[in-house]
Design a protein around this ligand. Sequence first.
Ligand SMILES: C[S@@+](CC[C@H](N)C(=O)[O-])C[C@H]1O[C@@H](n2cnc3c(N)ncnc32)[C@H](O)[C@@H]1O
Length: 219
Amino acid sequence: MNVTEIFEGVYKIEGKLATKNLAPGTKVYDEELKKINNIEYRLWNPYRSKLAAAIINGLSALDIKTNSSVLYLGASTGTTASHVSDIVWEHGNVYCIEISKRSMRDLLSVCEKRQNMLPVFEDARNYANYSDDIGTVDVIYQDVAAPDQDKILLLNSSMLKSGGSAYVAIKSQSINISKDPKIVFEEFIQSISKTFKVVQRIKIEPFDKMHLFLHLKKI
Ligand SMILES: C[S@@+](CC[C@H](N)C(=O)[O-])C[C@H]1O[C@@H](n2cnc3c(N)ncnc32)[C@H](O)[C@@H]1O
């Protein structure tokens, strides 16, 4: 079977996206496991992960790499965060901020098997409660589906190194259900423009509707 590395730690196997499994023999959602040349890969489902959808739809640069430290806002049950954990591998870190108790329960069992995933049961608006412990990060990944997503990103941006990347999934319906999504997206970009420049905008249809995926860089 042919394995091609398309970004550091991200592979294509027969046209499907995959990461190397940091916790061999275990699954996080219903992903398929594939063993090739004694290495176990997890297929990465773009219908379950907006980062996978963005990669398939043409993301040009992925600054999440081996050894990166990633602040993940809205980790939920760890679907995408676990693939980020695969990419950064054993010496990287994924700080998983999650507000929901229900999601945190499932996330904790994922983190138990992956030493580089650190769960933080907290509202990402209260960044001061975790910023000192975490310190500076290389990348922020944000998928919080909250109306004040722009403010949450700006608050947490103090933890991002200068020139660091942020990858953000914006769901227009979570911000304003009655507004034209294009206006919602423009208002988001305007709101964060003093701190971030836009590197790339990606639509993630057909995998997810009403979303815009952004690659940003801290100015
Ligand atoms: C769309 S889901 C994230 C899915 C996840 N990124 C993935 O791909 O596997 C959004 C998550 O953000 C969490 N969330 C919403 N507001 C939050 C906040 N203020 N602080 C931390 N987490 C928040 C929700 O509880 C939910 O689990």
